[in-house]
Design a protein around this ligand. Structure first.
Ligand SMILES: [Zn+2]
Length: 154
């Protein structure tokens, strides 16, 4: 069990990045850095990594990945979850499966539809779709009622 605990300010910061990119017609990926605790994983920072992004794609180039790994080591953080935007519906594409940065068991990947243009910190939980990496290394969509077991916003 590794439930992710996230503060509202982290959601607001995440949405700001997604919306800014969306205004330029681009997807955006944001990483949530957190620390493991007996309770689960507490998010402590939101990172918008350097990325190559288009209307339906994103990649983090190797130098940016190296920088992220350095930051994680320095703070004792892990990448608890990744959040990215889509121009239209929220789903996990084959590219999303393949290029996911988070890879640990029960890792979370959140997808926000419509470049987050219609999403606020209050509607975030309803608007986004949450995918979780299963034991068998498959990304599975969580049903609305399951999300609260894995992600809690305070
Ligand atoms: Zn995607």
């Amino acid at each position: 069990m590794s439930k992710v605990f996230c503060k509202r300010q982290h959601i607001e910061e995440t949405l700001k990045h997604l919306q800014e990119a969306g205004q330029r017609g681009n997807e955006c990926v944001v990483l949530w850095f957190g620390r493991e605790s007996p309770m689960g994983i507490e998010i402590e920072a939101v990172c918008r990594p350097a990325q190559v992004a288009g209307a339906d794609i994103f990649r983090i180039p190797p130098p940016a990945m190296r920088e992220i790994i350095g930051i994680l080591a320095q703070h004792g953080w892990m990448i608890a979850a990744q959040v990215h935007s889509h121009p239209h519906e929220a789903f996990h594409s084959l590219a999303d499966d393949k290029w996911a940065i988070v890879r640990h068991e029960n890792a979370l990947s959140l997808v926000v539809p419509y470049f987050a243009a219609r999403t606020t910190a209050f509607s975030f939980m309803q608007d986004q779709k949450t995918f979780k990496l299963s034991v068998g290394n498959r990304w599975e969509e969580l049903a609305a009622w399951e999300i609260g077991k894995w992600l809690q916003i305070s």
